[in-house]
Design a protein around this ligand. Structure first.
Ligand SMILES: Cc1cc2nc3c(=O)[nH]c(=O)nc-3n(C[C@H](O)[C@H](O)[C@H](O)COP(=O)(O)OP(=O)(O)OC[C@H]3O[C@@H](n4cnc5c(N)ncnc54)[C@H](O)[C@@H]3O)c2cc1C
Length: 380
C-alpha cells in the first residue's frame, strides 16, 4: 500500500470511529498529529538566548582519513589489537568495532585481557570480552566522563569517519558490518538506565537536497532510513526543505557511567595509568592488550595519519518539550536532559581545546534565527 493510500485508510477509519460514536459514549479514537506518517504542523522551538547558555565545551574527534583501525600486531612479548580512530562516529560504531576487535583477540586463547582506554570504545570492548567469560582490566589515564566520548553529541549516526576519496571496499565492508552490529546492540539498551531514546532528526536545507542529506552515509552504508523531502510550508521549519530520519540519541553523561557500573559488577578492574609510549606496555601482566586510546594512539603507537577534528558545543537550559533534533547549514541541535546541545564545528587538524568566541556566536545566531522563525509562525 502506498503511503497516501494508507493515510486515506487511516483517515477513513478515524472518521468512521467518530461517526459511529454513540451518544453518551465517552471514548473517541484520537490519533496524534503525525500518526499517519505526516509531518507535525508545528514543533516547540528551542529558546536560544545568551542568558540560557549553561556551558561551552570542546572535544577532538579522533579522525583517520582512510578510516578507523581494527587490526592485530605483535609487539615484544605482547599481542596488541588496535581499535581506534573512529572520528565523529565512535559512539555509534562502538559495539560493532568492539565486536570486531574482540574477534581478533579471542583466537589468542588468552583468558586475561588489558583494555587501554576508558572511553566508549574501551568500555564496550571490555564488556564484550567479559560477556565471553574473560577477565578484563582497563588501564586509562582518564575516567570515562573525562574522555572525548563524554563530549560526544551523541546521536546514533556514524558520520565523519573517513574521507570519501580514501574509502576502500575493504573499509566500507568493515564499516558496514560494525554499523549494523552496533545499531542492533544499541536498540537493546534503549531506555532510562543507559540514557538512550529514539527521536526524529530533521535534516534542513535552503535548497532541495540532492541525495540522502546526511554527509557521508551515502558512501558508507548504515541502516538509517531518510524520509521524503518536504518543501517549505509542508514542514515546521519556515523557509526550509526538511527530511526526517529516526534514530537514537545517546546521552554520554548517563551512558558511560552505566557501562562502567556493568563492568565493575562483572568483576572488572579499572587502573588509572598513563603510558608514555609503546615500550611502557611491556610491563603489563596481561599477554593481550586492546588499544582503545582514541586520539592518544597517535603518540602511543606512532600513527601519523590520526588527527583531531575539533568540535565546539554550546549548551542551553534543557527543555523537556523538545523531543526532536535538527541538522543543517553546518549546525545541529540535540536535546538532552543535561542541556540542549547546539553544535556545528568541524575544524580539521586544530589541536586547541579553547572555545572560539566567533564559533559560539555563529552557532548561537544560526540556531536563534531558525528557532525564532518557528516561534513566530506558531504565534501566527
Ligand atoms: C563535538 C563532538 C561531537 C561528537 N558527536 C558524535 C555523535 O553524535 N555520534 C557519534 O557516534 N560520535 C560522536 N563524536 C565522536 C566520538 O566522541 C568519538 O569517536 C569517540 O568518543 C571515540 O571514542 P574512544 O573511546 O575511541 O576515544 P576516547 O573517548 O578519547 O577515549 C580514549 C581513552 O584512552 C585513554 N588514553 C589515551 N591515551 C592514553 C595513554 N597514553 N595512556 C593511558 N590512557 C590513554 C584516555 O584517557 C581515554 O580513556 C563526537 C565527538 C565530538 C568531539
Amino acid at each position: 500500500m502506498q503511503p497516501t493510500d494508507r493515510r486515506a485508510v487511516i483517515r477513513t477509519l478515524v472518521g468512521g470511529a467518530i461517526g459511529l460514536a454513540l451518544p453518551g459514549c465517552r471514548s473517541v479514537l484520537r490519533l496524534p498529529p503525525d500518526a499517519d506518517g505526516e509531518y507535525p504542523v508545528s514543533l516547540p522551538p528551542v529558546w536560544v538566548r545568551p542568558e540560557r547558555i549553561i556551558r561551552t565545551v570542546v572535544g577532538h574527534r579522533p579522525y583517520r582519513p582512510s578510516g578507523y583501525v581494527v587490526r592485530v600486531e605483535r609487539m615484544g612479548d605482547k599481542t596488541i589489537v588496535h581499535n581506534y580512530g573512529h572520528g565523529g562516529g565512535g559512539v555509534s560504531l562502538s559495539w560493532g568495532s568492539a565486536w570486531q576487535a574482540a574477534q581478533l583477540a579471542k583466537p589468542t586463547g588468552a583468558r586475561r585481557f588489558a583494555v587501554l582506554g576508558a572511553g566508549v570504545m574501551g568500555l564496550s570492548t571490555a564488556r564484550l570480552l567479559q560477556e565471553d567469560g574473560h577477565e578484563v582490566t582497563i588501564y586509562t589515564k582518564d575516567l570515562p566522563l573525562d574522555t572525548t566520548s563524554a563530549v560526544a553529541g551523541a546521536q546514533w549516526s556514524p558520520t565523519t569517519v573517513a574521507d570519501r576519496s580514501r574509502v576502500t571496499p575493504a573499509f566500507a565492508a568493515q564499516f558496514s558490518e560494525a554499523a549494523h552490529y552496533a545499531y542492533r546492540r544499541f536498540q537493546r539498551l534503549a531506555g532510562e538506565r543507559y540514557g538512550i531514546r529514539w527521536m526524529p532528526n530533521y535534516f534542513l536545507s535552503q535548497r532541495p537536497p540532492s541525495t540522502g542529506g546526511a554527509s557521508d552515509t551515502s558512501v558508507l552504508a548504515t541502516p538509517l532510513r531518510m524520509g521524503p523531502t518536504r518543501a517549505p510550508g509542508e514542514n515546521p521549519f519556515p523557509g526550509m526543505y526538511a527530511q526526517r530520519m529516526f534514530t537514537m540519541m545517546i546521552e554520554p553523561s548517563r551512558y558511560l557511567p552505566a557501562l562502567l557500573e556493568d563492568f565493575h559488577r562483572d568483576g572488572g578492574r579499572l587502573v588509572l595509568r598513563e603510558f608514555a609510549d609503546a615500550s611502557a606496555l611491556q610491563s603489563l601482566d596481561e599477554p593481550v592488550l586492546i588499544n582503545c586510546t582514541g586520539l592518544g594512539a597517535r603518540r602511543l603507537v606512532n600513527d601519523p595519519e590520526l588527527m583531531p577534528i575539533k568540535g565546539q558545543l554550546v549548551f542551553v537550559v534543557p527543555q523537556a518539550e523538545v523531543q526532536y533534533a535538527t541538522l543543517g547549514n553546518d549546525l545541529y541541535m540535540f536535546p538532552r536532559r543535561d542541556g540542549i546541545l547546539l553544535g556545528g564545528t568541524f575544524e580539521r587538524g586544530v589541536e586547541s581545546s579553547d572555545p572560539d568566541p566567533a564559533q559560539t556566536e555563529r552557532i548561537l545566531s544560526g540556531h536563534r534565527q531558525l528557532f525564532d522563525a518557528m516561534a513566530h509562525v506558531a504565534k501566527g
